[in-house]
Design a protein around this ligand. Structure first.
Ligand code: S3P
Length: 429
């Protein structure tokens, strides 16, 4: 339980820890490279620890050096790796489980991916099904297509796969298998999702082609040997986002976040904040393989907006923050096309709406999104973050604008993505 009320303006210039999504990918793809990969500013997130357990189980040598991670890749032939000893604990990390499934689809022996009960509730057939059609033996052993996932690796063939849900995790699982498969593997997406895997595979020497089809994009690749990377992971935009939202809300704030990832497939929150009348500047300072730079945000009164289905993947993890921003914005904000939010670490639509209402907000859940009408002064109260790090951070931001004490249950889970979040927030005040 934390008490964050009586907030003062946020005036600071800071950095946030390395990007979680990029770190997962770099650690897993490093396994397939020939030689040593160095990943600087590897994410300290609990979820990325789960990804390192995959490497450990396979006998892939790796180690930490301060904030950096090195990995001795075994190459596409998996020389020197051994079948996993015991079940691999993916914790609460859906990205670990789904991306590792793609990697392990061609690995020696049988792997069993399991995890925290929260992860065992989430849908895994969405990766099992395409991997099976590539020739892997993948079984979702939980009821209704859930984990544990039992994967027996073997020779794979490329497929042309149209994503049934806009999911970068599913896309990446197919690409991670595809880089090890005979023939061409391609993934078609009608709504763009984060493209970190494509960028990283290209940077490691894989031939990745992106073409336009049926109003969407087709990402195609061939089996390729991967070169090890020397990568500097930019700050995690999704960790900067609660701080950005807090600065946008608190009168007199002026916050700069330096060295943060600015990949446009991740920064939908800035576009939405712009439409709400938010005052910010985002400046890109470098772009290979990932764009990064600085975001400076100042408080401005906000107005409501509509978040459209086609922009949802670019701010999927920031939508709870949009709900919080909307409580202080004039008018009715509507988010649609976001049914995937119900399948995250918790039902983020139900959890968000319930928590915001507990603080006096006018909020309503929809099957595929939510509606919030503002501006409403938030009052003190109790919110349940449902053991979900994104809800926990969103409620912590709501607490900053509440008139009295807010108790957030489940704050302990913020370390899944942003260890030190509460300390960072408190240091700003
Ligand atoms: C992620 C993709 C998104 C996102 C998750 C991380 C990734 O999930 O919500 O936090 O790293 O690919 P989906 O692919 O399920 O939309």
């Amino acid at each position: 339980m934390n008490d964050l009320t009586e907030a003062r303006p946020i005036k600071a210039s800071l950095r946030v820890p390395g990007d979680k999504a990029i770190s997962h990918r770099a650690a897993l793809l490093a396994v397939l490279a020939e030689g040593r990969t160095t990943i600087r500013s590897f994410s300290p997130a609990g979820d990325c620890e789960a990804t390192l357990r995959v490497l450990r189980a396979l006998g892939v040598r790796h180690g930490r050096d301060g904030e950096d991670l090195w990995v001795e890749g075994v190459g596409g032939e998996w020389r020197g790796a051994h079948p996993p000893e015991g079940h691999i604990d993916c914790g609460r990390s859906g990205t670990t489980m789904r991306l590792a499934a793609g990697l392990l689809a061609a690995a020696p022996g049988t792997s069993v991916l399991t995890g925290h009960p929260q992860l065992l509730r989430r849908p895994m057939e969405r990766v099992a099904e395409p991997l099976r059609s590539m020739g892997a033996d993948v079984r979702s052993e939980g009821g209704g297509g859930t984990a544990p996932l039992t994967i027996t690796g073997g020779p794979l063939r490329g497929i042309r796969y149209r994503l049934p849900v806009a999911s970068a995790q599913v896309k990446s699982a197919v690409l991670f298998a595809g880089i090890q498969a005979d023939g061409t593997t391609s993934v078609i997406e009608t709504i763009p999702t984060r493209d970190h895997s494509e960028r990283m595979l290209s940077a490691m020497g894989a031939g990745v082609r992106v073409t336009t089809v049926d109003g969407g994009a087709e990402i195609a690749l061939e089996r390729s040997a991967l070169r090890p990377l020397e990568l500097l992971v930019p700050g995690d935009f999704s960790s900067a986002a609660p701080l950005i939202a807090a600065a946008a809300l608190l009168r007199g704030s002026d916050l700069s976040v330096r060295g943060v990832g600015l990949n446009p497939t991740r920064t939908g929150l800035l576009r939405v904040l712009g439409r709400m009348g938010g005052d910010f500047i985002a400046e890109t300072a470098g772009s290979h393989p990932e764009p990064w730079g600085e975001v400076r945000v100042r408080h401005q009164p906000l107005a409501a907006t509509a978040v459209r289905p086609e922009e949802v993947p670019s701010l999927i993890d920031e939508l709870p923050l949009v709900g919080v921003l909307a409580t202080q914005a004039g008018g009715t904000t509507e988010v649609r096309g976001a049914a995937e939010l119900r399948l995250k670490e918790s039902d983020r639509i139900g959890g968000l709406v319930e928590g915001l209402r507990a603080l006096g907000a006018e909020a309503e859940a929809l099957e595929d999104g939510f509606v919030v009408t503002g501006p409403t002064p938030l009052r003190g109260g109790r919110c349940d973050a449902l053991d979900d790090h994104r809800l926990a951070m969103a409620f912590a931001v709501a607490a900053l604008v509440a008139s009295s004490r807010v108790e957030v249950k489940g704050m302990g889970f913020v370390g899944d993505s942003f260890p030190g979040f509460i300390e960072s927030l408190e240091a700003l005040r």
